[in-house]
Design a protein around this ligand. Structure first.
Ligand code: SAM
Ligand code: SF4
Length: 329
């Protein structure tokens, strides 16, 4: 699946649900989102059939996301079916329910898990996620590490909300083999994005350099297609990284495609054009040509918003996009 800019797409993110047991302010509007009727969502077997075709087209890695993938009642079944495909299977989760699935993760060959945790302070967790689940998430993160999973911690930094915790998060890596990843806050429908709230890669590195000393910060090698720039503090077990989707997007090496829970291809997070795969599958039409057309239509940078100024002034575009909870991050 090579697009018109020569980018090979071998990484598929599948959103399993639009529902979630948290309500993170940067991810979903305060008023909530209207969830699609169940009949319009991909069923477990449809997810498998669609994923299998993507694998035949060259996908080697699948990430399950959402909404919160673990709230789906048939999560185990979906994981089991997908684990029969020749892919690296991973997931992104808020980890509230992770303890219930450790055996399934192991049985299905899941080795790496991304956890979203934006603060180490319980009261701030309640403020950001609008739910009181800090202890559970924290305990489950420790437990996944103890069970030998590779854990990455995703932190969306927002100015004056949790940017005072940059050093605390990095210090988790002193003893824990954690990959801490700071994500620049991105604009989506209803999340009150403002460039002034974004904590940029440069600002993060200023704080880090000021605290640890520039000489103590070692740049780690990037994996191919990696969206994160990784670093290690000298002597630490863990690493930290910055995902600079706003100030310095990584579109040149983008190898990702997304399918929403209602079976639409989203070739870019910022694309408001979606391609309906599920209806085609249900009506018995071949979906491979539809996938290939969606890949060919992919724009070079952030769905056409090349410069930061364009992203910043595209309020109407962002309102026309879905909320992150409905896209699948
Ligand atoms: N519920 C799961 C979780 O929170 O990990 C999976 C879905 S969540 C939408 C996937 C990722 O998107 C999370 O790491 C979350 O922090 C990130 N995310 C959500 N909204 C975002 C935004 N506006 N900007 C940057 N990242 C965002
Ligand atoms: Fe739910 Fe994840 Fe969005 Fe938070 S970031 S509301 S946990 S889907």
């Amino acid at each position: 699946m090579t697009d018109s800019f020569g980018r090979v797409h071998n990484y598929l993110r599948i959103s399993l649900t639009e529902r979630c047991n948290l309500r993170c302010t940067y991810c979903m509007p305060e008023a909530g989102v209207r969830c699609s009727p169940k009949s319009q969502l991909m069923q477990a077997e449809e997810i498998y059939r669609i994923a299998k075709i993507f694998v035949q087209c060259g996908v080697t890695k699948i990430r399950l996301t959402g909404g919160e993938p673990l709230v789906r009642k048939d999560f185990r079944l979906i994981l089991e079916r997908l684990s029969t495909l020749p892919v690296a299977l991973t997931l992104t989760t808020n980890a509230v329910l992770a303890d219930r699935f450790i055996d399934s993760f192991k049985a299905c060959g899941v080795q790496a898990i991304n956890i979203s945790l934006d603060t180490m302070k319980p009261d701030k967790f309640r403020q950001i996620a609008r739910r009181d689940e800090f202890e559970k998430v924290h305990r489950n993160m420790q437990s996944l590490l103890a069970h030998g999973f590779e854990v990455k911690l995703n932190i969306v930094l927002i100015k004056s909300l949790n940017d005072d915790e940059i050093i605390d998060f990095i210090q988790l890596g002193k003893t824990l083999p954690l990959a801490v990843r700071f994500i620049e806050f991105m604009p989506f429908n209803g999340n009150r994005w403002d460039l002034k709230k974004v904590v940029s890669h440069r600002a993060i590195m200023r704080v880090v350099g000021g605290y640890f000393g520039e000489r103590e910060i070692i740049r780690e090698a990037d994996a191919p297609n990696d969206t994160a720039k990784s670093y290690r503090v000298a002597g630490y077990s863990g690493t930290f990284a910055v995902i600079s989707s706003v100030t310095n997007p990584f579109c040149d090496s983008c190898n990702r495609l997304r399918i929403t829970a209602d079976g639409k291809i989203k070739s870019c997070l910022f694309s408001i054009v979606e391609t309906d795969l599920l209806s085609a599958l249900r009506s018995g039409r071949p979906i491979e040509p539809i996938i290939q057309r969606a890949v060919q239509a992919k724009r070079k940078v952030r769905s056409g918003m090349n410069a930061l100024r364009e992203l910043q002034s595209a309020d109407r575009h962002h309102r026309g996009n879905r909320s992150m909870i409905q896209i699948g991050g």
